[in-house]
Write a protein that binds this ligand. Structure first.
Ligand SMILES: Nc1ncnc2c1ncn2[C@@H]1O[C@H](COP(=O)(O)OP(=O)(O)OP(=O)(O)O)[C@@H](O)[C@H]1O
Ligand SMILES: [Mg+2]
Length: 265
């Protein structure tokens, strides 16, 4: 990797002090426009005077990421559980970086996260790999401040070009993935609260505008220390102290596990 290139979005002095950066995740089916919209949103937030970094999962540059990449390209075979845990480990190896980046006041726009991780593994419909099992290693990861789910029918996705050669790029997998995402947004757990569904069927500009109008108010809340599980009090100093904390992914309770049984496995 080149070391002498300038960072894509060099640090700029914030216009006003902020409590922390926001952690925003873009999710959706293959070809829903995630990568397009991650860049668009990151550029627009940067132009509005904020510090922004983009990330993507899997991060294929680490040794674990390279193992995942080989698997996706069918260069190696792995048990479904093993590859699932590698995807999860690939997120865990970035936790310190995520927390440090947010703490220094830089917002992260992330292309896929643990939602894809659990939904894709469950979409394999392996009877021994339930969505609960898939979610367990994700508990404790930094919880996003918002997850934008770009919703696109499989037919619309197909119009944006054929499937690639990688492992999960089949119509059966994509159908199951879509069903799983839709089921997740209805459960009363973190995922149900975090997922904001956006119609991804419009033009790049239209989808970008819809994302912007959802994301900016949340980014502002986070920046001001007003968005945190503990920050419900009226005392400003207290709220800001808690507002520094990035929430963590919480375990599902038994009733949520029951709600997902049979829907997404
Ligand atoms: N709103 C849109 N309307 C039409 N085409 C689009 C739109 N957004 C993106 N595209 C095009 O669709 C293709 C897929 O977009 P993109 O790579 O952003 O999707 P993705 O969700 O990141 O896909 P993947 O899951 O494969 O990484 C690209 O050719 C892109 O130019
Ligand atoms: Mg992409």
């Amino acid at each position: 990797m080149a070391t002498n290139t300038l960072p894509e979005r060099p640090w700029q002095e914030p216009k006003q002090p902020i409590v922390r950066g926001a952690f925003i995740v873009m999710e959706g089916l293959d070809r829903a426009g995630k990568t397009t919209q991650v860049e668009k949103l990151a550029n627009a937030l940067y132009e509005s005077g904020r510090n922004v970094e983009t990330m993507r999962f899997p991060d294929r540059t680490s040794p674990i990421g390279m193992m995942i990449s080989n698997y996706l390209q069918s260069k190696s075979e792995m048990d479904d559980h093993v590859v699932h845990l590698l995807f999860s480990a690939n997120r865990w190896e970035k936790v310190k970086h995520i927390n440090d980046t947010l703490a220094k006041g830089c917002t992260i726009i992330c292309d896929r996260y643990y939602y894809s991780g659990m939904v894709y593994s469950a979409a394999k419909r392996n009877p021994n790999l339930s969505i609960d099992w898939a979610r367990a290693p994700e508990v404790g990861l930094p919880r996003p401040d918002m997850v934008v789910f770009l919703n696109l029918s499989t037919e619309e996705a197909a119009k944006r070009g054929g499937f690639g050669d990688e492992k999960y790029e089949t119509s059966e997998m994509q159908k199951n993935v879509r069903e799983n995402f839709v089921a997740l947004k209805d459960i009363p757990a973190d995922e149900g609260q975090d997922l904001q569904v956006i119609d991804a069927g419009g033009s790049v500009e239209e989808v970008g505008k819809a994302i912007w109008s959802q994301v900016v108010p949340r980014v502002e809340e986070v920046e001001q220390g007003d968005f945190s599980e503990s920050s419900t009090g009226n005392d400003t100093a207290e709220r800001r102290k808690f507002g520094k904390e990035v929430r963590k992914v919480q375990p599902w309770n038994d009733s949520w596990e029951e709600m997902t049984t049979g829907i997404v496995n």
